[in-house]
Each structure stands twice: as C-alpha cells, then as structure tokens.
Design a protein around this ligand. Structure first.
Ligand SMILES: [Zn+2]
Length: 269
C-alpha cells in the first residue's frame, strides 16, 4: 500500500454506510453530512472541543431525520459520517471548498496549506469510497430494473452571520424538472412561504455533487432537501418533520405516477 493511504486505520469504519439496501421503495435517501467523526490520525484538526459538534462539522439532525424517512418509506439509506471538514462528499474533489480552511469563520488549522499528497489521501480514503458506494448502489438498482427517485437530506443553520433565516424547507435542484417541482408543490401546500426553491442555497456544480452527478446526470428524478436545524433539536421535532416530508414525498411520487408502498403498520402517515 502506498504511504499516503494511511488516513483511516483498520478499525475505523468505511465512509460509505448503507442501510436497508434492498428496501422496496422507489425512493433512495442519501445523507452526505451525516456525522462529525474525525479519523484518529487527524486528531481534532487543531480545533477546540467546543467546535467539534458545530454545524460546520456536519448537518445537525440530518441523519436521524433521514433514517426515519427511509424507514417509513422502506427506502435504502446511504450515509457518510466523517466530518465535512475532512473533505466534503457533496463537492467535486477539484472544488475550492472540497477541504474547507474555515468553518463559520473559524480557522481549521489542520486544513491550512495542505500538500497535494494530503488532498489525495482524503480523496482516496473518504470521498472516493463514498462516491463509489452510491454509484454501485444505483447501478445495482438499475440492473434489477428498479425505478429510483433520488433524495438527499441536509440541514442548515437558523441564522447566517447574524441574520435570521425564515425559510424552513429548501428544495434544491438544477436540471430536474420532475421530482423537485412536485415536492416543492406538496411542501408549499403544507407550509406556504416557509418552503422555497433553491433556498437558503441554490444548486450548482461548485457547491453540490451528489444530486447533479449521481442524480441528474443519470437522468434520475432527483432533489436535495434542506431543513432548518433548529426544527430538528429534539426527537419529537425530528419525528414531526419526518412525517411532513414523508407525506410530501409520497404526494410528489403520486403526481409523477410512481407507486410507493403503503405506510408501515403503526405509523401515523
Ligand atoms: Zn449538508
């Protein structure tokens, strides 16, 4: 093994997690910013302990939300649990923000002045296995003749540089003309102006990778969902938001003429 392949030790988990792989739903759920885990070899990246659970490390609440949605829909769930400060799996590896030097204005000492070799090993050990895992899962569905509605789940902060954000749900898309507008319509029926297209961010190939490449480039009906993270602070809140999203996703699928499996016994929707 070349020397640079030493970021993760043998007892550390793969960056690609896959739950309920053979779920019967047409939906596939992906959560790229699911964790704030750091490889042991990088310590705390030079950050103070108080920073290690902040939003810039991961999408707070997104994994729990994605997991409930996947369970209710009987959908596969792909996760990436290493911090986006190691490298961002929703970026192209050539994007400037692939390995951020700052998070919410806080410098990340271990990410300053990285050598090409260090960039290469983060790409090789975190980014590439995750991208390969997602691609292989989608290839396998295609080979089985399974339809895929591709959904990624993220969360965002309630304030941005001191300015409050009113939006609660962002429906992000670039080229998709099917699932995204249908989901937006369903969420707007529930939440009016609190659900907006391409807010608080728009989607482009500098700031996104998963939906543009794995979804839209494959011709899949695709959408990225952003939820404000103060609405995901407790288990009860997360359940509520999951219910709302499951309802809206089912409605969107129905509008596209795609049959989804009925809710599992005992669920409220
Ligand atoms: Zn995210």
């Amino acid at each position: 093994m070349p020397d640079y392949l030493t970021l993760l030790s043998a007892d550390e988990p793969s960056p690609f997690g896959l739950e309920n792989e053979l779920g019967q739903s047409p939906f596939v759920i992906v959560c790229e910013h699911a964790g704030a885990r750091l490889p042991k070899s990088l310590g705390t990246l030079g950050l103070d302990d108080e920073h290690l659970t902040r939003h810039f490390m991961w999408d707070i609440g997104a994994l729990d939300l994605a997991r409930i949605i996947a369970q209710r829909l009987d959908a596969p769930l792909a996760t990436q649990r290493y911090s986006r400060m190691i490298c961002d799996c929703n970026r192209h590896w050539e994007a400037e923000s692939f390995i951020p030097t700052h998070g919410e204005g806080i410098p990340v000492p271990a990410n300053a002045d990285l050598t090409p070799a260090e960039r290469a090993r983060r790409r090789a050990e975190i980014w590439q296995p995750f991208q390969d895992g997602v691609a292989n899962m989608l290839d396998a569905r295609e080979a089985r003749g399974q339809r895929t509605l591709f959904v990624t789940i993220h969360s965002f902060t309630p304030t941005f540089f001191g300015k409050p954000r009113e939006v609660e749900y962002g429906v992000l898309f670039d080229r998709d003309t099917t699932l995204s507008p249908a989901l937006l319509k369903a969420l707007r029926a529930q939440h009016g102006e609190k659900a907006l297209a391409n807010e608080p961010y728009d989607m482009n190939r500098d700031s996104d990778y998963t939906v543009p490449v794995h979804g839209e480039d494959r011709g899949l009906d695709s959408v990225e969902i952003e939820v404000r993270n103060d609405l995901l602070s407790t288990r009860e809140q997360i359940e509520t938001r999951a219910n709302e999203l499951v309802f809206a996703l089912r409605e969107a699928a129905e509008n596209l003429g795609v049959t989804t499996n009925p809710p599992k016994k005992g669920t409220t929707l």
